[in-house]
Design a protein around this ligand. Sequence first.
Ligand code: HEM
Ligand code: ISQ
Length: 148
Amino acid sequence: MGFTEKQEALVNASYEAFKQNLPGNSVLFYSFILEKAPAAKGMFSFLKDFDEVPQNNPSLQAHAEKVFGLVRDSAAQLRATGVVVLADASLGSVHVQKGVLDPHFVVVKEALLKTLKEAGGATWSDEVSNAWEVAYDELSAAIKKAMS
Ligand code: HEM
Ligand code: ISQ
């Protein structure tokens, strides 16, 4: 079965939970990424000058919000059309330039899910997780295709 209205609603609801504490959740997201891939720190222009993930850094928050927002948009696209089309064709070249490799996509996926789980509290469930995973995987596939 395709991506359902229910799945889209679950993604939207937990995206709102993420946004409710954007400063804290952004720091959490980066921390989860760097925990698994410490070397990725040097890839991010807004991280490389800091020893720790900076608290209350607007640039960091804006970037994190964009990533979660794109996954949420992908859920809407999947429900409406069954496919994910990149809104920004340059997303491929950005990631090639930064040296992003396939395994990084798994790291970012796990960090995203862990962050949403923290943000969602008792509302987090396997069903919510699965909806995000499908949307993330389809978006990742579109970015990887644009990278190749
Ligand atoms: C840049 C989204 C996967 C590392 C960007 C940008 C977006 C984005 C929108 C443009 C700049 C901005 O943040 O506004 C995504 C999405 C991903 C994904 C939606 C997965 C579905 C990855 C992965 C890595 C990565 C797996 C590797 C750790 C970077 C880096 C930049 C970037 C280093 C440049 C940031 C800078 O300006 O310094 N990404 N990305 N991305 N992405 Fe990703
Ligand atoms: C861009 N791409 C992947 C992950 C990110 C995390 C935080 C900020 C920007 C990002």
